[in-house]
Design a protein. Structure first.
Length: 426
């Protein structure tokens, strides 16, 4: 990380000229670019639609500090470059959006720039939000204007130099950001386009599910999987319904819709950050919107996974089998078939055989807790084993379930487990 910081500092020294070059090359959008507002909808209709869209974007999750008023900001978000604090979205004139116009809000969503022209840090996912159409941005703003004003000053970000500087942000934008509203692909049907619009834009799925380089940038629209550096959770590749790869046809679509809507399905259960996304956002979406998202995701190319030969008999797998019988078989079954949706099956579960075993390790260490939703009002949780099992034991049982019942994946080391034991809890 020290090497990265040195490299970025050197780049920042050239940023002033670099930004001018980017503008000349047509890669930096004009500072005053503001699309024309759409005709205003009736106030009540705009408020209702805006509330729904804010749910779809899961805005409250980041912009609400624990135990504080909704949308009043202050929530700390840790990144590899330091800590950022979400802003106050209530209509308070002094500390929130009270003096903002619809054009100001659109500039933030579409161009990643604040009312005063400051460049916003990309922890605010304007890389994805730029796809949101003007009518939807205006509806969200109309809804936020109806909230009770909360006087809560915004906190300054605590980013290491030079990551929060205007020069560094301008250079980052030149490398990774292109403003552009989503436009329908007329070769696709309405459901696919609606799903693409929600996944690529307001749902900002790529904020977690895209791989990132050392500067925190990712390829446009990539959903090839990414690791959340500060927590260690791995957001898997989404193409082709990667974690439901043993199902086909309508069953595959229904399974993914159930997972997104309820947090549980016949194949898996949401845990970690995804549990919060389902609880706070996805379960509240209209069924047709969830189905559209699932339709789009299943139409993407399936990720390429490395092939693993059948494991040879080893002391690690033998130890893992014994630990599984003692701690896991009562719920997940000796045959790994589980009892869904309460106890997901492990046999044939693509989420277990991801190249990165982070999620399986974290579930054993810290437990698994699906969200309580309308479709799963009494969720069954998995207890944590971090106090009962040592690193080598966790590595053994995870290695076993990744290679039992026809599963094939790499073995896990005790060092991997130790790294996740030291990371933050879910």
């Amino acid at each position: 990380m020290r090497r990265i910081g040195t490299a970025v500092a050197a780049l920042v020294a050239l940023a002033a000229g670099g930004v001018a070059w980017l503008a000349a090359a047509g890669l930096a959008e004009p500072a005053d670019a503001v699309d024309a507002p759409v005709p205003a909808a009736a106030p009540d209709a705009a408020r209702v639609r805006g509330a729904y869209l804010a749910r779809a974007g899961n805005c409250a999750l980041c912009h609400t500090a624990p135990g504080e008023a909704p949308y009043a900001g202050g929530r700390a978000i840790d990144t590899p470059f330091g800590r950022v604090y979400a802003s106050n979205l209530t209509p308070d004139a002094a500390t929130g959006l009270g003096n903002w116009s619809a054009d100001d809000f659109w500039r933030a969503m579409h161009h990643g720039k604040s009312r005063d022209g400051r460049l916003l840090v990309p922890a605010f996912p304007y890389v994805q939000y730029t796809r949101v159409r003007r009518a939807d941005a205006d509806a969200i703003f109309a809804y936020l204007r109806t909230l009770a004003p909360v006087a809560r000053p915004n906190r300054a970000h605590a980013l290491r130099f030079p990551y929060g500087s205007r020069a560094a942000l301008a250079l980052w934008r030149g490398l990774y950001f292109r403003a552009g509203t989503y436009r329908d692909d007329h070769a696709r049907d309405g459901a696919w386009n609606r799903g693409a619009y929600l996944v690529q834009g307001l749902g900002h799925c790529g904020a977690c599910h895209a791989p990132r380089d050392a500067l925190g940038g990712s390829a446009r629209d990539s959903l090839d999987g990414g690791t959340l550096a500060e927590s260690g959770w791995h957001a898997p590749a989404l193409g082709g319904g990667a974690a439901t790869d043993t199902l086909t046809g309508a069953a595959r679509l229904q399974d993914l819709v159930a997972y997104l809507s309820h947090g549980v399905s016949t194949r898996r259960a949401a845990s970690g950050p995804m549990a919060g996304v389902v609880a706070e956002s996805l379960q509240h979406l209209a069924p047709e919107d969830v189905q559209a998202m699932a339709t789009y995701l299943l139409a993407l190319p399936a990720p390429v996974r490395p092939a693993h030969p059948a494991p040879t008999a080893s002391a690690v797998l033998d130890a893992g089998a014994r630990l599984y019988d003692r701690h896991c078989a009562d719920c997940h079954g000796a045959d790994g078939r589980g009892a869904p949706p309460a106890y997901p099956p492990l046999a044939g579960n693509g989420a277990l055989t991801l190249p990165d075993a982070a999620n399986a390790i974290r579930l054993v260490l810290h437990g698994g807790f699906p969200p309580g939703t309308a479709g799963n009002p009494r969720p069954f949780g998995m207890p944590p084993y971090r106090l009962q099992l040592g690193d080598a034991e966790v590595a053994a049982v995870v290695s076993y379930v990744r290679n039992a019942w026809g599963n094939r994946a790499g073995l896990v080391s005790a060092a991997e487990v130790d790294r996740h034991r030291a990371l933050s809890l879910p």
